[in-house]
Design a protein around this ligand. Structure first.
Ligand code: SF4
Length: 383
């Protein structure tokens, strides 16, 4: 058996469960030790190196590190890893002199970054200090991507978001905000040395149910609603709001609706509550604000009466499990109508690559995803 190589970072990743569980492999124990020594700026910079947005993540990360925390095996709760990141961010000093120097002379290479969310911003953060020229495109007027458009400001204050996002933009990104790329072919004609596609999953799913078309002015797709609120296009909702969906977007939608005039705001989920996709703490916060969650409610139709939208008809489901524990939702035959003024649909998101022409030499898989190298994420069209 080969000797343990403690010089290999993978070794530490595997033995430090929380660090391994974090998608950015943030060195959790190390930064918590720094916080214990009140070295908040050092703790912040350690985070910044690996996860780029410590102040943002310290508020809104989905915290896959915490279920992995070994403390959870002997106590009820894990170490509050996520919130400790916020502690480092809130108590740190000015970090300007710790940021990487940006060369005044570039290396002559031009890179286009599509989508000004965390992925492209991270690429810009890493490439600008190496002398690359980075052009960042986004259809929205400001950078931040879904962090800005889909996370409500009561969870992520704009000041925190702007500080960490614009720190990178100000490294010298050439910003093309408010410019949507509708053709990869046209972009490739601009002769960039590389194109990075960091557009995320920007298309909210819809439900094609009876009455959907007639109720179109009463139904909003969750992420579109949150974006409209973020940019001030939607300022109020009706008093009675039904949210369809049980993920974190549904939790953001219901809590936002409450702040925009909703008085009777309900969340409805098809599955049993224990199978809801939203994080426990997101559900807890919604419930603390008085929002009820109706599980086993499957939407069946959007109901109208005398040409007026009345509400959503639900079929009550129950979960049945086969011998392998596989779940099947079956109707109980019972139905219930939730009368409402507005419906917010937060049932998931899809990729949207319809702007990539299919004759460019870029291969696609099922679900319309470009084929990529699993290690480098390079598409089949080099560059
Ligand atoms: S809170 Fe998020 S970014 Fe921080 S260590 Fe956990 S998973 Fe990683």
């Amino acid at each position: 058996m080969p000797a343990t190589d403690v010089g290999d970072p993978q070794y530490f990743h595997k033995v430090v469960d929380c660090q391994w569980a974090c998608p950015a492999h943030t060195p959790v124990p190390e930064y918590i030790r720094l916080i214990a020594q009140r070295r908040f700026t050092d703790a912040y910079m350690l985070n910044w190196e690996s996860n780029v947005f410590p102040g943002i993540l310290g508020r809104v990360c989905d915290r896959p590190c915490e279920p992995a925390c070994r403390r959870g095996r002997i106590e009820d709760k894990p170490v509050a890893i996520c919130r400790l990141k916020r502690v480092a961010a809130d108590y740190r000093d000015d970090i300007t002199d710790r940021l990487p120097a940006i060369p005044t002379e570039g290396n002559g290479k031009r890179v286009a970054l599509l989508g000004a969310g965390p992925a492209s911003l991270t690429v810009a953060r890493d490439l600008l200090p190496l002398g690359y020229s980075c052009t960042l495109y986004d259809k929205d007027p400001k950078a931040g991507g879904l962090m800005r458009t889909n996370i409500p400001s009561f969870r992520l204050p704009e000041k925190v978001l702007d500080e960490e996002v614009y720190r990178i933009v100000d490294f010298g990104v050439e910003a093309r905000f408010g410019q949507e790329i509708t053709s990869l072919k046209a972009l490739l004609e601009e002769d960039y040395d590389a194109v990075f596609i960091g557009t995320g999953a920007p298309k909210g799913k819809d439900l094609s149910l009876p009455g959907r078309k007639e109720a179109s002015d009463k139904i909003q797709i969750g992420i579109t609603f949150l974006t409209s609120v973020a940019f001030g296009h939607v300022k109020k909702v009706g008093k009675r709001v039904v949210v369809i969906g049980g993920g974190n977007t549904a939790m953001d939608c219901c809590r936002t609706a409450l702040r925009l005039g909703g008085e009777d705001v309900r969340v409805t989920v098809r599955s049993p509550r224990k199978d809801m996709k939203a994080s426990d703490w997101e559900i807890e916060e919604a419930e603390q604000e008085g929002i009820p969650i109706y599980d086993n409610h499957s939407p069946k139709a959007f109901v109208h009466e005398n040409g007026k939208f009345k509400g959503v008809l639900f079929e009550i489901m129950q979960a049945e499990y086969d011998d392998d524990g596989k779940r099947k939702l079956v109707s109980t035959g019972e139905e219930v109508l939730f009368e409402c003024d507005d419906v917010l649909m937060a049932i998931g998101q899809d990729n949207a690559f319809d702007w990539i022409e299919r004759d460019l030499g870029l291969e696609f898989e099922t679900w319309g995803m470009p084929t990529v190298d699993t290690t480098t994420l390079m598409s089949t069209l080099p560059g």
